[in-house]
Design a protein. Sequence first.
Length: 94
Amino acid sequence: MADNFKITLIALYDWNSLGVRTLHPVLKSDNIQVNSIFFKLANPNNTMAPANEADIEALVNLLKDIRPALVAVSLRSTMFKLAVRITQDIKSRL
């Protein structure tokens, strides 16, 4: 794979994201540049503050800095609508 090929993995509200935490070291062991972003964490009482425009803007700006060739989003089904919104924003702004 090209030396400048970067992958960014994003977990929504899930610090323990098994998918992201499994894929990251596997990709890294294949010498792929990989970053993991844990977007918004659940509150201590396991509630989730909704993502606002500033949160999404910060995520998009971080991705602009990283410049990944591929972005993968890991989510739980309750975050599907947020994942769609974030994916649309990433596609239109990167």
